[in-house]
Design a protein around this ligand. Structure first.
Ligand code: ZN
Ligand code: FE
Length: 263
C-alpha cells in the first residue's frame, strides 16, 4: 500500500490543517480556515476529495462551508457533535466492517478507523490507520487538550486508548503547542532525560519556524506528563501541587491538567 504524503498548512495563530495528498488528490483534516487550503490546492493543482473533522470547534471546522462551495466532497465528523456541514456522521465501532466506524479514501487506498476520544469536547473523535493518527485537540505533543466538555476520567480513558496504539504511530495534532507544553512538562518531571533531549530538538525546530509534528506514540509515552500519570515523579509533582497525596491516576491527571490550565 502506497503511503500518501502528509503535510501541515498553518491557520490562525497556531493551528495545523493536515493535508493527505498524492500527485493529484488531497483530503484535509480540520480545515478551520478555507483560505490556506484553497491556496495550496490551486498552487499544487490538486483536487479536494474529502474533509475530515475531529470535533466541532470553529478553529477546526470553520472552513468546511467555503471548501464545499468549491468542491462537492464528503465531510466526515463525529456523530455526537453539532457540525452542520457533515455528510458522514461517525463513531467508533467494534465491527471493523461497519461503515459508520471507518473512512475509506480510495484515492490513497487507505482506511482510517474512528476512535471515540471524549474529554476536550463531548464527541471528539480521532482517525487512525496506515500508521497515522489524527487526534485534533485531544493528544498534543507533550500535552493534551483542555477539558471543555468532558471529565478527567473520560480524558484519561481517551488518552489511554491513544497510548495503546503502536509506538511508531505518527501523531498529527491540531496545534503547534509543543514548546509551551515541554516547558510545563519539564517542571512536572525535571529528571526525565528524554524530555530534556526533546526540548533541545524542539527549540531548534522552532528557531527555524518548522513544525514540531508529527510526534509518535512512543515519544509521547516517554515524555508527555499526561500519559505518565503512573510515574513516581509525576505522582509526586501532582501531589505537591494539589497539597495532598494522590494515588489514583485520574486524580493525578486532574491535578496536572488543572496545574497546566493556570501555568
Ligand atoms: Zn478544540
Ligand atoms: Fe483547536
Amino acid at each position: 500500500m502506497a503511503v500518501p504524503h502528509i503535510l501541515p498548512l498553518r491557520a490562525f495563530k497556531d493551528n495545523y490543517i493536515w493535508v493527505i495528498r498524492d500527485h493529484s488528490d488531497a483530503a484535509v483534516v480540520d480545515p478551520g480556515d478555507a483560505a490556506p487550503v484553497l491556496d495550496y490546492l490551486s498552487r499544487e493543482k490538486l483536487k479536494l476529495i474529502a474533509i475530515l473533522n475531529t470535533h466541532h470547534h470553529n478553529d477546526h471546522v470553520g472552513g468546511n462551508a467555503a471548501l464545499l462551495q468549491e468542491f462537492n466532497v464528503p465531510v466526515y465528523g463525529p456523530i455526537r457533535e453539532p457540525i452542520s456541514t457533515l455528510t458522514h456522521r461517525l463513531r467508533e465501532c467494534d465491527e471493523k466492517e461497519n461503515e459508520e466506524g471507518n473512512v475509506y479514501l480510495p484515492e490513497f487506498s487507505i482506511t482510517l478507523s474512528v476512535l471515540d476520544i471524549p474529554g476536550h469536547t463531548a464527541g471528539h473523535i480521532a482517525y487512525y490507520g496506515a500508521n497515522l493518527l489524527f487526534c485534533g485537540d485531544t493528544l498534543f505533543a507533550c500535552g493534551c487538550g483542555r477539558l471543555f466538555e468532558g471529565t478527567p476520567q473520560q480524558m484519561v480513558q481517551s488518552l489511554e486508548k491513544l497510548s495503546d496504539l503502536p509506538n511508531e504511530t505518527q501523531v498529527y495534532c491540531g496545534h503547534e503547542y509543543t514548546l509551551d507544553n515541554i516547558r510545563f512538562a519539564r517542571v512536572v518531571e525535571p529528571g526525565n532525560q528524554t524530555l530534556i533531549k526533546r526540548e533541545k530538538t524542539v527549540e531548534n525546530l522552532r528557531k527555524l519556524n518548522a513544525p514540531t509534528l508529527p510526534s509518535t506514540i512512543g515519544l509521547e509515552k516517554a515524555t508527555n506528563p499526561f500519559l505518565r500519570c503512573n510515574q513516581p515523579e509525576v505522582i509526586q509533582a501532582a501531589s505537591r501541587h494539589a497539597g495532598r497525596a494522590l494515588t489514583d491516576r485520574v486524580d493525578v491527571f486532574a491535578a496536572i491538567r488543572e496545574w497546566k490550565d493556570n501555568f
